[in-house]
Design a protein around this ligand. Structure first.
Ligand SMILES: [Ca+2]
Ligand SMILES: [Zn+2]
Length: 341
């Protein structure tokens, strides 16, 4: 197993690699059964065939062969159909927290690049075409995960402030400022160490919260949405080669809210935009990872994600996190979005 790259910025690792490695060289493969890291993205190769690498110099996504991420998927008739349109959280009950009422979106430009949504799904193309310099050196899911990082960096690096850009959809995303607290400041609030803990939590103690766990939440969730849409397009019932980070980063980010509320409460009261971004990501995680990935069993190896959800919902060691969420968003929201009783 390789160690964490401990990089603050995706491109500081990836661009040099992309420039230095000859075409055809494999930047992120690990032996079957192991874990490898590309910008910290874990590739779990224990439960499926080795994806076919789609390496540098190859065709653009809209022209290439079938996505490599589907190796090991099994055909099944009951997961067919078109991807579910992404229409936001739906009706919000009276008195519930609606992130759309608390968030200010920034519009970002489309690159105008061609993208075949019938092959890669609508969200892959949404993210790809809103990133001016996408990452296209690996398999489909790695590419879109890293591309999501690149997109965020294109925007938050363009502002003078220490802030973070988190994408929503349709060319819209939101900025929020980084708190003073860094990743190590949330250690005491985390009571469950999942698959991604060592790389992103233990391995990045001094990294800013937004740059680390919010950005990774977005990137993992993006690849999970893409996996769900591609599986749906292909009528497949499982997705291999995918580490389910969405639910884990939901837990870590909820723990971060507890740490902020305890140690840096002025940050939360001063920045409703940061609270809205968390709620947006939680809604998206419920809509995709939980309801369409973990619950239906689409994601191979989703038992750990299910256990993480159980810890968040009812685990006796995570009462402080549930209390934080209820205090910040209300019990109605916590129940509707996260299933917290
Ligand atoms: Ca900035
Ligand atoms: Zn990542």
């Amino acid at each position: 197993m390789e160690t964490s790259p401990k990089m603050r910025r995706p491109w500081t690792l990836l661009l040099p690699l992309a420039l230095l490695l000859p075409t055809g060289c494999d930047v992120d493969r690990a032996p079957r059964g192991g874990l490898s890291v590309l910008d910290g993205r874990l590739l779990n190769l224990t439960d499926g065939g080795d994806p076919l690498p789609d390496l540098g110099g190859g065709p653009a996504p809209d022209q290439g062969a079938a996505p490599a991420s589907d190796a090991g998927m099994l055909p099944a008739p009951d997961h067919g159909g078109a991807p579910t349109p992404d229409t936001g959280p739906g009706p919000i009950p009276p008195g519930d927290y609606d992130f759309l009422q608390h968030i200010t979106f920034s519009a970002i430009a489309s690159s105008g690049a061609p993208c075949n949504a019938s092959q890669y799904g609508t969200f892959y193309c949404d993210v790809l075409t809103h990133t001016q310099a996408p990452y296209l050196q690996a398999d489909t899911l790695t590419n879109i995960h890293e591309t999501q990082h690149f997109m965020a960096h294109e925007h938050d690096s363009s502002t003078a402030a220490a802030d973070k850009f988190i994408y929503y959809q349709g060319g819209k995303g939101a900025f929020f400022p980084e708190p003073q607290l860094t990743t190590q400041g949330i250690y005491d609030s985390i009571k469950l160490q999942g698959t991604t803990y060592n790389t992103y939590i233990a391995g990045r103690p001094g990294q800013a919260i937004g740059e680390n766990i919010v950005d990774e939440w977005r990137a993992y969730l993006t690849e999970e949405i893409v996996a769900i849409q591609i599986a749906s397009l292909k009528g497949q019932s499982s997705v291999s080669g995918l580490v389910i980070g969405g639910v884990e980063f939901l837990y870590y980010n909820a723990a971060a809210l507890h740490a902020l509320k305890t140690k840096e409460p002025a940050f939360l009261t001063s920045h409703p935009q940061a609270l809205a971004v968390f709620a947006m990501m939680a809604e998206e995680t419920k809509k995709w990872t939980i309801d369409k990935g973990v619950v239906p069993g689409l994601f191979v190896g989703s038992a750990k994600a299910a256990a993480t959800l159980t810890e968040l919902r009812t685990g006796p060691n995570s009462v402080h996190i549930r209390d934080t969420l209820k205090a910040l968003y209300g019990a109605t929201w916590a129940s509707r979005v996260l299933g917290i009783p």
